[in-house]
Design a protein around this ligand. Structure first.
Ligand SMILES: *[C@@H]1O[C@H](CO)[C@@H](O)[C@H](O)[C@H]1NC(C)=O
Length: 183
């Protein structure tokens, strides 16, 4: 009898744990999928799969309980991407001796440092529920990204950050769309 009780209570616990876990991931799945669906409907620059994959793959955004938390973690993802681009710029710089490319990379490093400042300010505004200012600061990072691209055009060198820029712009678009979802 004791053994039966043990088994049935363990079974109950296991069921509860499964339900709880399942419940949580269903809620998050809906938040990310719903949000991405709404974004894609309004912004053709954002791909649905990219949006879902990017937000699902990050543990913080994956665990977001509401749109506010999802927006905050999206801005953190944007920051991580900008930081990654700066590392890439430094790597590219150490593997070139072409002064034109070095000049363009220098300019890019400066524009992405500016972008990092803007992203920091966007985060500060967003957590203070100032979505308009967050939107303006995030928009500015798109200008930074195209300024960097322009630096290569100016010196007549091939732009080496095509994929990074596309990824960066797309995730900034997601962040912008989230700031627009608040009244
Ligand atoms: C690129 O390398 C040059 C030569 O080492 C250096 O003077 C310059 O500061 C570097 N620029 C960046 C963006 O790291």
């Amino acid at each position: 009898m004791k053994l039966m009780q043990f088994f049935s209570s363990s079974l109950l616990l296991l069921c509860c744990a499964l339900l709880f876990n399942g419940g949580i991931s269903i809620v998050n799945g809906n938040l990310i999928t719903d949000t991405c669906g709404k974004i894609v409907a309004k912004d053709p620059n954002v791909e649905l799969q990219f949006c879902i994959k990017t937000l699902e793959s990050d543990p913080t955004s994956h665990g977001s309980k509401d749109l506010q938390a999802l927006g905050e973690s999206t801005i953190n993802l944007i920051k991580a991407k900008a930081t990654g681009i700066i590392s890439t710029i430094e790597k590219l710089n150490s593997s070139t001796t072409d002064p034109k490319v070095q000049k363009a990379l220098q300019d890019c490093e400066e524009t992405y440092s500016d972008a990092l400042d803007d992203i920091g300010e966007a985060y500060g505004s967003f957590v203070n529920f100032d979505y308009g200012s967050a939107n303006i600061k995030l928009s500015a990072t798109l200008d930074d990204a195209s300024t960097c691209q322009g630096s290569f055009k100016d010196v007549g060198a091939q732009f080496p950050l095509v994929d990074e820029t596309k990824y960066f712009s797309e995730i900034v678009d997601i962040g912008l769309a989230i700031t627009n979802m608040f009244p």
